[in-house]
Write a protein that binds this ligand. Structure first.
Ligand SMILES: CC(C)(COP(=O)(O)OP(=O)(O)OC[C@H]1O[C@@H](n2cnc3c(N)ncnc32)[C@H](O)[C@@H]1OP(=O)(O)O)[C@@H](O)C(=O)NCCC(=O)NCCS
Length: 152
């Protein structure tokens, strides 16, 4: 049974470090956006253990003609707890919180290695693959949070 709830920024740092930035310092795992006014963080708990995290901040991507946008950052699930639906539940939960704020657009710089994961969650690709050293290849992915199929 997976439980989803909002968590404090500091609670994301351990999984960010071990899953996303193992070759960097814990300090590198902190984002400048973590404590912004509209930023929030969501965690999935499996049998009481935090196993999946993602962070969300209000940030506009200049390519999209949508005034209010949220950005998804640092999505990660511990290796032993993948493919259980934790990541999807985290994003779905966040999408409800984002919609409650009157925002219907979510985007991320997704690693190309997990592009299919984001596609399964309803994200579409935008633009070209780009390198984001030292992490690797990324692509912008985006999603409208209403039920109307929309493209830019
Ligand atoms: C990407 C990641 C967060 C997915 O987390 P997860 O909790 O395993 O995802 P879920 O179990 O909720 O999967 C949701 C759907 O995506 C699919 N999926 C999950 N990981 C996938 C992958 N790597 N490639 C393709 N599909 C994937 C699942 O099969 C599932 O599809 P279904 O509903 O049709 O069965 C996790 O693999 C991870 O932390 N990867 C390493 C870190 C990373 O790259 N993070 C993204 C940074 S941009």
């Amino acid at each position: 049974m997976i439980e989803i709830r909002q968590i404090e920024p500091r609670m994301t740092y351990g999984i960010r470090h071990s899953v996303l930035r193992p070759h960097q310092t814990l300090e590198d795992c902190k984002h400048d956006t973590d404590h912004e006014d509209h930023a929030f963080h969501v965690g999935a708990y499996y049998q009481g253990k935090l196993v999946s995290i993602a962070s969300f901040c209000m940030e506009k991507h200049p390519d999209f003609p949508v005034e209010k946008q949220y950005r998804l950052r640092a999505m990660a699930t511990l290796e032993d707890f993948r493919m259980l639906g934790a990541g999807r539940l985290v994003v779905n939960y966040a999408e409800e919180l984002i919609k409650e704020q009157g925002v219907n657009f979510l985007w991320c710089n997704g690693r190309t290695t997990v592009q299919e994961y984001y596609s399964k969650l309803g994200f579409k690709v935008h633009g070209k693959v780009f390198d984001y050293p030292p992490i690797g290849l990324h692509i912008v992915m985006f999603k409208y949070l209403d039920f109307i199929e929309a493209d830019i």
